[in-house]
Design a protein around this ligand. Structure first.
Ligand code: FAD
Length: 407
């Protein structure tokens, strides 16, 4: 056994962290390094499926799996704990239950909701972020429907859902709500016409930056399911009773609602900011080899990182697709550093496309440059979801957790 083996510590078992770990065990041998993976929970959750768990169209247990089932436990020491701080100079990570020294660090702690300082959002709006927030939102919506008919004085605010943000997360959640609300109405004897679902978006369009024809398709589809859009309209404040929204230079409007969902953006994990890395909204602009500038032993990936698209000179949007590809590069680069295998690989994103679901059976997307909508897009979305399972856990995990109901 080699003494003083380098210690590789990976923070976060999300898309980026798990890809790094599963690939790293193939890059470095048991005598080359000790590998430790730290994650808050003993499970990985599919963040990209959280809109379904939040609306209640897919049970949260379908959206998660045990970490021990996909890592090589004889090679990776899994520590279930919460990261509290990173001390870069001392090369150690502080956990709730102790400390971990490292020689190489990989940070894949993901993102947290960005509220842009809008009053009351942090306190009163529901984010779509993880298993816990999804369970809470699903239960909350159901409680509003269940309570409605128990009260002598009927409260329309119980049946009013406001979604802040018409980006991918907001639109995908609305698509699920469009399917879930009729089920809830049936279950709790409520007329569908009494339910109001309003989407408020500050930008001048739904799905900013997306193909206009597909945007029209998505809006038309969701409006047809009874969803109201207030575009070019900003959420100004959130209170326990609802939201104040308004267009520039117009009188603000109050919407009474017991359920305000905030789906309008994320920022990098606060631990990354607190560690002292130079960052933009919690995301570190990494070098092309995915190391943090000035820290040759620290790799940052996924939503904690910011990677610039050389063609547009703008950062790539944070996606699972990029986080997973970065995991592969990070594993190769750590392997090379440890084994002295020459130049580090430059990360080159291979963007295959983007698909936004509109409920279980519809979607819009662009894949390999081709526009898709309706059933073909919806099938493609499921193929993408299954692919991410396959990449981490092979055919076994795909068969166990995959989505195979295509129509
Ligand atoms: P994550 O996958 O979020 O993982 C972070 C991990 O760190 C988690 O396991 C978490 O528990 C753990 N963690 C956090 N804090 C701590 C701590 N203090 N201590 C220990 N562990 C901690 N992207 C796409 O490419 N396609 C899509 O269709 C798509 N749809 C989306 C739909 C929704 C509803 C949402 C919310 C996001 C979607 N995204 C999509 C974006 C995508 O989910 C993220 O970009 C991706 O999850 C980032 O991966 P990551 O590895 O950086 O972090």
């Amino acid at each position: 056994m080699a003494l003083n083996k380098p210690k590789i510590v990976i923070l976060g078992a999300g898309y980026g962290g798990l890809m790094t770990v599963t690939r790293l065990t193939k890059q470095v041998g048991p005598n080359d390094a000790d590998i430790t993976l730290v994650n808050k929970h003993n499970y990985h959750y599919e963040t990209t499926w959280m809109h379904e768990a939040s609306a209640g169209t897919l049970h949260h247990d379908r959206c998660r799996y045990q970490i021990k089932d996909v890592i090589n436990q004889s090679r990776v020491n899994f520590v279930q704990d919460t990261v509290k701080a990173i001390h870069i100079e001392e090369r150690k990570v502080v956990l709730a239950g102790g400390e971990l020294p490292y020689d190489y660090l990989v940070i894949g702690l993901g993102a947290v909701p960005e509220t842009f300082g809008i009053k009351g959002l942090k306190e009163y709006a529901f984010p779509i972020a993880n298993i816990n927030t999804s369970r809470q939102l699903r239960e909350h919506i159901e409680l509003q429907f269940a309570t409605y008919n128990t009260e002598a004085e009927k409260r329309p605010d119980r049946l009013t859902i406001v979604v802040g943000g018409a980006g991918f997360t907001g639109i995908e959640f609305l698509g699920e709500l469009a399917n879930r609300v009729p089920e809830l109405c049936k279950e709790y004897d409520i007329d569908r016409s009494l339910v109001r679902i309003v989407c408020v978006e500050a930008a001048p369009t739904v799905l900013p930056g997306f193909d206009p024809e597909l945007v029209d398709y998505a809006v038309h589809y969701l409006e047809g399911k009874g969803i109201e859009f207030k575009i070019g309209t900003a959420v100004q404040e959130c209170t326990p009773n609802g939201v104040t929204v308004g267009k520039k230079d117009e009188e603000p409007e109050q919407i009474q609602s017991q359920t305000v969902v905030w789906a309008a953006g994320v920022r990098g994990h606060p631990i990354v900011e607190e560690a002292g890395f130079e960052n933009m909204r919690g995301r570190v602009k990494v070098n092309t080899d995915l190391r943090s500038p000035g820290h040759d032993n620290v790799f940052i990936l996924g939503d904690s990182s910011l990677f610039i698209n050389e063609e547009t000179d703008r950062p790539y949007p944070p996606t699972a697709q990029i986080a997973m590809q970065q995991g592969e590069t990070v594993a190769k680069n750590i392997g090379r550093l440890i084994k002295g295998g020459g130049q580090l690989e430059e990360f080159k994103p291979d963007i295959k496309g983007t698909v936004a679901s509109l409920g279980e059976h519809d979607a819009v997307g662009v894949v390999y440059g081709r526009k898709l909508k309706g059933t073909p897009a919806s099938i493609m979305k499921k193929v993408i979801d299954n692919r991410s399972l396959f990449m981490v856990g092979g055919i076994g995990l795909t068969l166990k957790k995959g989505k195979f109901k295509f129509f």
